[in-house]
Design a binder for this molecule. Structure first.
Ligand SMILES: [Zn+2]
Ligand SMILES: [Zn+2]
Length: 277
């Protein structure tokens, strides 16, 4: 069985403090220990935050050098891919192409982490909002995600259920059926454009307070039904202990949903590996 993890962070990400030792080398050793055959190092780069001075400039040359060194060091045990997680790339579209052509990237992730001028999804108290307000947040999120889905230069779009995980963690039920047609339409665009969809297992590590989280499965059922085939696995690890976490369970879920392959990216192209149990 081929186990991969296409979304992992290191000390080059601003949300990993320097006090938490998490070098590219630490990640590679954790991945080998976890029995993975492929990892992608995908540190956060939020160009809009760098431009506005909220975030420090991204250390591209050092990060790239560390990954290229690791590729060589571990080549007999582990395929190490050079990646990046672009936050809100559609806000700074002119940034994407020059950056990704400057380095030998394997995989470019695109993410929606926030909407400018609005509170971060992760830090909202959804319980003090009305249902209409919560629906409006999800509407706006999907509008933004739809822009991401159309953004040029992105190989895989990440964590599609992002705000829902926080709602569920606060024990608030959410009926996705009202959004089914919109989500299916968005997934059709991914299929037409050949862009991959990430199965992000981070919510599996945080048990919800009362409501089981089936949102990711539901999203992938709809994606499959519109012809979606390019699925990557993501732990979204910010700790060595999380590298590859829940990969096996995710492969079983995907298999049950009818997916036969998991994708990894090399030189910006999907490579498919059979899911077999
Ligand atoms: Zn992210
Ligand atoms: Zn991430």
């Amino acid at each position: 069985m081929f186990y991969s993890d296409s979304h992992i962070h290191t000390n080059y990400s601003a949300d990993v403090p320097a006090s938490r030792a998490l070098s590219v080398d630490d990640i590679c050793r954790a991945a080998i220990g976890a029995g993975l055959s492929y990892i992608a190092i995908t540190d956060h780069y939020e160009p809009d935050e760098v431009k506005s001075g909220i975030a420090a400039p991204f250390r591209f040359p050092e990060m790239v050098q560390d990954v290229l060194t690791a590729k060589e060091t571990y080549k007999d045990q582990l395929r190490v891919a050079l990646g990046i997680e672009y936050g809100q790339p559609y806000l700074e579209p002119d940034e994407i192409q020059p950056t990704v052509t400057a380095y030998p990237y394997d995989i470019i992730l695109g993410s929606v982490h926030y909407i400018p001028g609005k509170p971060y999804f992760i830090s909202r108290n959804y319980r003090e909002l009305t249902e209409d307000e919560r629906r409006a947040i999800f509407d706006e999120y999907l509008d933004t995600y739809n822009v991401l889905v159309h953004t040029e230069g992105i190989d895989v779009v990440t964590h599609p259920t992002y705000p829902l995980r926080y709602l569920l963690r606060q024990n608030i039920p959410f009926d996705m059926r009202d959004w089914e047609e919109r989500l299916r339409a968005m997934f059709r665009v991914l299929v037409e454009r050949g862009v991959g969809l990430e199965f992000n297992a981070a919510p599996m590590r945080v048990p919800n307070q009362g409501i089981p989280d089936h949102t990711v499965e539901t999203f992938f059922r709809w994606y499959r039904e519109v012809g979606g085939e390019i699925v990557t696995f993501a732990s979204d690890a910010h700790f060595t202990a999380h590298v590859g976490a829940y990969c096996d369970r995710t492969m079983r879920i995907l298999r049950e949903l009818g997916f036969r392959y998991v994708a990894v990216y090399e030189n910006r192209k999907p490579v498919f590996h059979k899911i077999e149990f």
